[in-house]
Design a protein around this ligand. Sequence first.
Ligand code: EPU
Length: 428
Amino acid sequence: MHKLLVEGGRPLRGQVRVSGAKNSAVALLPAAILAETPVTIEGLPNISDVGILSDLLEEIGGTVRKDGRTVHIDPSEMVDMPLPNGKVKKLRASYYFMGAMLGRFNKAVIGLPGGCHLGPRPIDQHIKGFEALGAKVTNEQGAIYLRARELRGARIYLDVVSVGATINIMLAAVRAKGKTVIENAAKEPEIIDVATLLTSMGAKIKGAGTDVIRIEGVETLKGCLHTIIPDRIEAGTYTIMAAAQGEEMIIDNVIPQHLESLLAKLREMGVTIEENDEQLYIKPGKELHSVDIKTLVYPGFPTDLQQPFTSLLTQTQGTGVVTDTIYQARFKHVDELRRMNASIKVEGGSAIVTGPTKLQGAKVKATDLRAGAALVIAGLMAEGITEITGVDHIERGYENITNKLIELGAKVWYEEMSDEEIEQFQNS
Ligand code: EPU
């Protein structure tokens, strides 16, 4: 087990290239199950979640060949094998095997998903959708059993706007008989990306990216070539880093429109941002002032950038209130930031951050993926060395983060943890 060390105080400059979107990748891979012939996906990020999902595709009989960032999946020999345990429990996105296997085989057995602990993360809306399409869904000893004689299109209103439920229902509905309408659908760019792949496979989908998605079921889907969108959350994380510790930075391979809410807030704080076709140029002002943020579904401020943004607020003038309306308990990073001398208190669903306070390097723990990113940003700004444990969370979502940071001028490195440190980590 290793830890990540960050020596703070060095300015970041230069260019960083954003990888393919994690939250698209984790849906695009299972979507390949629905095709009868090989699917090629280009630009996948080299992160552990992609590795685990590729293994799961092989477990059900698929052939997965990796060629750098391109993955070729041959789904022709896949079978409806139950996946109640093992790797499915390692990540949240394994729930996309439910929709994809139900769509292809009318049947799936999938263990309840794992993933970051951000408070309660129910999947009732996924199940509501599958049932509306004609599946019988039961929860037996920690696994979800889905069976349908046949799937039939339906009108499904989501009571909660959910990225996962929208994608999962699309996956099941593309091969259902007749027309499905998903109302109050999520509008995230990752949903459009999955719909683009499915459309290239021969699916008939209208309205992805709006809150009403219409799907006309087809009998078969074929293989295709798809290029993934850039990761807006990784791009946003580096953009926040640039505002926090950058002199001048260019973020390359970005779709700036995907980040409008973040860019608006950074401009409000005093950061200079220029947008080009696929790049952002960031130059922080001399003194940044605090702003309030409230996370909302897309195109609102993304919950996945709330934690990294909180680290930036520790260095801005005044008080900023961070409210997370998506995951009210997504504040585990706050205790860790406090260890580094940040002045933050959590009241209800908000963190109140008063700045600036000089951060001090400390021993901290990444409790989840974006909390990890928040600690890396804090470490870059802090005096002295910050030691971050729980690094595997960070590696789930950020490709090659240390090399990217080193290229920008940061001093970061890995060290093996001692037995005593591992024990302390496991007990904390
Ligand atoms: N919700 C329900 N019932 C459901 C589904 C969701 O009540 O059936 C609630 C959730 O508890 C949450 C809200 O609806 O309060 C939104 O959840 P959503 O379903 O949209 O989240 P998700 O699909 O499970 C994805 C990303 C998350 C990201 C959220 C919100 C993936 C694999 N994960 O999760 O990403 O925070 O959307 O944008 O796509 C991350 O990348 O760090 C991460 C956690």
